[in-house]
Ligand binder design. Structure first.
Ligand code: PPE
Length: 330
């Protein structure tokens, strides 16, 4: 089967499991391409598109959820603001305002008659120029939506995942800046992901060039130590996750001491609990790192508490976080 990969069940095991493509795309009807709706199968670009060759593009990953008032996009305005910050870093000036892209995202969800979904906007270079100077190329924007299931597997939330520290280092601000969510930067994440999956782990955690924990391949990392909920400083190279910010707020509101600080790999080994946060992954407990069991080796109570509040917040069920639910029909 395409994408099939066989991995050991654990580094010490003699049995193997087959990983299928974990997160396939289910097509919807229309994709928004620079101002027009195009049929899903016709949303094409030329093979000499420069973004395909050099990775000069910036994107977002956003989710919409069903709420009592209809589908709502979780923190859509914040995601589109990050998209434009990423575009600024990569000197791309999208030919649409942020407000227009926010509205177009809602329209794309409505046109596709979909409730809960994953949303993928991409700012990329148009066809016509080739070479390493992106500046002469036109800037295009596309938005697609589709139903996307559990990013780290159906059982990840209930049972937790096994992570390893990657030998691949996270991007550095003076190499390819982690403050931008740029297409080409994901070579770094995918190298780490492939190494982790082939070694039989669910996910990789990358460190900064000087050894501080940064983030997972597509998720931020948190540890829990007593009443402290701790996540790496942005200067250590994680993406400034919107789920990260949401969990920091929820944890503070629940009375935890929330800290951004340097974390090293042994802090993970010795934590009471650890978890990943991200739009695609949502909240996923980490039950071991480098085969050191974390805490009891099961998803912990603080992780569960925060995860449950987060889920209710995404569905518009928590009054104090209602401003995070941006209704599609508004
Ligand atoms: N770190 C990285 C490297 C990252 O890619 C993401 C999001 C996060 C942290 C969490 O950020 P946020 O989603 O704002 O909480 N990764 C997106 C892309 C995943 C993909 O496979 O593509 C996502 O979760 O949508």
């Amino acid at each position: 089967m395409r994408g099939e990969i066989v991995v050991p069940v654990s580094p010490f095991a003699s049995s193997y499991r087959v990983l299928e493509s974990a997160v396939p795309i289910s097509p919807t009807s229309k994709i928004w391409m620079s101002g027009e709706f195009v049929d899903w199968d016709d949303a094409r670009i030329h093979v000499l598109n420069p973004t395909l060759h050099y990775g000069w593009g910036v994107f977002e990953g956003i989710r919409a959820y069903e709420t009592a008032d209809g589908p709502a996009v979780f923190r859509l305005t914040d995601h589109i603001a990050r998209l434009y910050r990423s575009a600024k870093i990569y000197v791309m000036d999208p030919p649409f305002t942020q407000e227009k892209v926010v509205a177009a995202t809602k329209e794309t969800i409505a046109v596709n008659e979909i409730g809960s979904c994953y949303i993928r906007p991409l700012v990329y270079l148009g066809y016509g120029e080739m070479g390493l100077n992106p500046l002469p190329s036109p800037v295009e924007v596309m938005i697609a939506v589709w139903p996307w299931g559990a990013y780290l597997g159906e059982e990840a939330e209930a049972n937790g995942v096994r992570a390893m520290i990657s030998s691949w280092k996270r991007n550095d601000p003076n190499i390819t800046p982690p403050a931008a969510k740029a297409s080409g930067q994901y070579l770094n994440s995918s190298l780490a992901k492939v190494a982790a999956v082939k070694a039989g782990y669910d996910e990789a955690i990358l460190t900064s060039p000087n050894g501080h924990i940064a983030d997972g391949t597509g998720e931020n990392v948190f540890i829990v130590s007593g009443r402290k909920v701790i996540t790496p400083l942005l200067s250590d190279g994680p993406l400034g996750g919107i789920t990260r910010a949401s969990i920091m707020r929820i944890a503070a509101d629940q009375g935890y001491e929330v800290l951004e600080q340097h974390i090293v790999r042994t802090d993970l080994y010795l934590a009471d609990e650890a978890f990943f946060t991200g739009t695609a992954a949502e909240i996923v407990p980490i039950v071991s790192v480098d085969d050191r069991q974390i805490g009891t080796g099961k998803p912990g109570p603080v992780t569960r508490e925060l995860l449950e509040i987060f889920h209710r917040a995404t569905r518009g069920e928590v009054e104090r976080y209602r401003s995070w639910n941006e209704l599609v029909a508004s």
